[in-house]
Ligand binder design. Structure first.
Ligand SMILES: C[S@@+](CC[C@H](N)C(=O)[O-])C[C@H]1O[C@@H](n2cnc3c(N)ncnc32)[C@H](O)[C@@H]1O
Length: 293
């Protein structure tokens, strides 16, 4: 797509803003230095529970867009698959499945689940878009809850488009997933945390890239993410760089936030206000360089 100078400047500005907004989420050194454990927790149990819940009861616009694009059935590429929350609900219309994830053990969790449904997933460990050539193309490319991890967003998005023959479906939270912990950072450290980037910032970038995307805002009904309130408290405590001996204070703060101890939902990754963003891929006959695989 040809850009005039103003459009190119606008895109450059939006990309720079996205990158600096993400960088602002870094935790100050004096806090991490005093923390007994790394605060950057990716709770496996949250992602496996969610994948299992969605596979058992598929719902929501992200599922609906991808499902419709898989008529007739076709191949799926899940980028940043985790345990497979995006792709497992689609397996009844899946002719082949490829999953990419930077964390190899996440791919293991997905492979077990796909195998139980009779599909042998091709697993590509590594970071997108670096491993895009290895992953190949697919009819539908899904990428759920990954983009707030991606400072260099333009090549990431461009590679999603290039990989899709029919449709790209991205799901993200309306605001950064760690935003739900902001009031707790203020309470425990007196630290004001960022509020951007947001899904609107992503939509502005896609528009400036010349991608005509459809977006749908919706709310996921909450499901239980943790086996117990103690488990939620422990993960939240780690994320906040608070030592284990102050766990009771974290539990009290969670209760003050209105968390139901009988229904412990993850705060750092489960924003319930979601945005499904979808756009067309590149059919093989419009992409002479593409293989049919
Ligand atoms: C928040 S989890 C979401 C997992 C799953 N898509 C879901 O919706 O439950 C994000 C996943 O993306 C992976 N990830 C983050 N950046 C990535 C990248 N550049 N390339 C591949 N995987 C990435 C992480 O390892 C993690 O498994």
């Amino acid at each position: 797509m040809a850009f005039d100078g103003n459009e190119a400047d606008r895109l450059r500005g939006l990309l720079a803003r996205w990158r600096s907004d993400l960088a602002a989420w870094a935790i100050p050194d004096h806090i991490t230095a005093a923390a007994p454990q790394s605060p950057w927790v990716l709770p496996r149990q949250v992602f496996t529970r969610r994948a299992d819940r969605l596979a058992a009861a598929p719902a929501g616009p992200s599922y609906q867009r991808a499902w419709a694009a898989l008529d007739p059935p076709g191949s799926i590429l899940d980028v940043g698959s985790g345990a497979g929350a995006a792709c497992l609900p689609l397996l009844p219309r899946c002719t082949s499945l490829t999953a990419v994830d930077a964390e190899p053990d996440m791919l293991g969790l997905l492979a077990e689940r796909a195998a139980a449904a009779g599909i042998r997933a091709a697993l590509v460990p590594g970071r997108w878009p670096g491993v895009a050539a290895e992953a190949g193309r697919a009819d539908v490319v899904a990428c759920h809850h990954v983009l707030y991890n991606v400072p260099d967003i333009e090549p990431f998005l461009a590679a999603l488009t290039a990989a899709a023959r029919r449709l790209v479906v991205v799901e993200i939270t309306a605001v950064h997933p760690l935003e739900s912990l902001n009031s707790l950072w203020l309470r425990f450290h007196g630290l004001v945390r960022p509020e951007r980037p947001t899904a609107d910032d992503l939509l502005a970038i896609l528009a400036a890239m010349g991608i005509h995307a459809r977006s749908e805002r919706w709310r996921r009904t909450s499901g239980r993410d943790y086996g117990s309130f103690a488990e939620l408290t422990d993960i939240t405590r780690r994320r906040l760089c608070v030592p284990p001996e102050r766990a009771a204070e974290v539990a009290a703060a969670l209760t003050d936030l209105g968390i139901d101890p009988d229904r412990p939902v993850d705060l750092g990754s489960s924003g319930r206000d979601l945005v499904t963003i979808s756009w067309g891929g590149i059919p093989n006959d419009l992409d002479p360089g593409a293989s049919s695989g």
